[in-house]
Design a protein around this ligand. Structure first.
Ligand code: SF4
Length: 271
């Protein structure tokens, strides 16, 4: 037996197997080379970080000193859930389980109780504890920095891996989820479909609009703009400063009915 083999096995420090995501990763990095350089992408490289600085939402996990582990917990809780509902549960979670090691040893019943207000507590419990165990056994208890290492963690997909890399590790990468896809589709007037894993065009555009600096603020701005302005059902085109450049909103802003709907929603405090 080669020296060190026994120790590695005993401490369980072998890295976890990569998931079958090579094609997805190749598409992600290849799309950087085909990023379109045009007037719209130049404008958007400034727009979203400025939007975040003026209008961004200030969640506790967005504070500068938030550790990568705490951010990973937030990203896991945010799936299919309103961010405002996540805040109190996230605060309790990071207080009770401040490190991957403490979460890996969590008592199941206590964790289920803590997650109950958000629903889907069984699935979330399995996801959180398996992630924590993989970090402890595969990465000596520290959240990995590389995108492919992040992707090797259970329940971490390309969106979460890029969010962690960008927000916590200072890596210049774009993020694309269903909301970002909607905003970019509307702006360009292109239908990118729904399958992010096979869509090189949307990733190319996401790279093209990513600024050299302030990329984390840009990514947060894109998320917040999609949640507050360019919403799924009633985008606020009439008051959107991008409407003149937008494939979808330019015509919609002149539509009296959609203008009226926006005025009513604003007066009801829905925006
Ligand atoms: S004009 Fe409308 S569709 Fe276009 S980005 Fe603004 S809110 Fe979205």
């Amino acid at each position: 037996m080669p020296p060190g083999t026994k120790r590695k096995a005993l401490h369980g420090s072998a890295r976890p197997e990569r998931k079958g995501n090579n094609a997805e990763l190749r598409l992600f990095f290849d799309s950087k080379r085909s990023a379109p350089r045009n007037q719209l992408s130049a404008h958007l490289r400034r727009f979203f970080w400025q939007y975040y600085e003026r209008n961004g939402r200030r969640f506790p996990w967005r504070r500068k000193r938030t550790s990568a582990f705490r951010l990973l917990l937030a990203e896991t809780l945010l799936k299919q859930t309103n961010a405002s509902d996540v805040v109190p549960v996230w605060v309790s979670l990071v207080r009770r389980y401040p490190t991957p090691a403490t979460l890996a040893r969590a008592h199941r019943a206590s964790l289920l109780r803590l997650l109950e207000p958000l629903g889907l507590q069984r699935q979330r419990c399995v996801a959180l504890t398996s992630m924590a165990r993989a970090i402890v056994s595969g990465f000596s208890g520290g959240v990995p920095r590389q995108i492919d290492d992040l992707l090797s963690l259970p329940y971490v997909g390309l969106y979460s891996a890029c969010a962690l890399a960008s927000f916590s590790h200072g890596t210049r990468v774009p993020i694309v989820d269903a909301n970002v896809l909607r905003v970019l589709s509307r702006l360009t007037g292109d239908d990118y479909g729904r399958d992010l894993r096979r869509n090189q065009d949307v990733w190319s555009l996401a790279w093209a609009i990513l600024p050299r600096k302030r990329f984390a603020a840009h990514n947060y701005g894109l998320l917040d703009f999609s949640a507050l302005v360019c919403t799924t059902r009633n985008p606020a085109c009439a008051r959107c400063t991008l409407r003149r450049k937008c494939g979808y909103g330019g015509s919609r802003a002149n539509d009296p009915e959609s203008k009226l709907r926006e005025v009513v929603r604003e007066s009801e405090g829905a925006i």
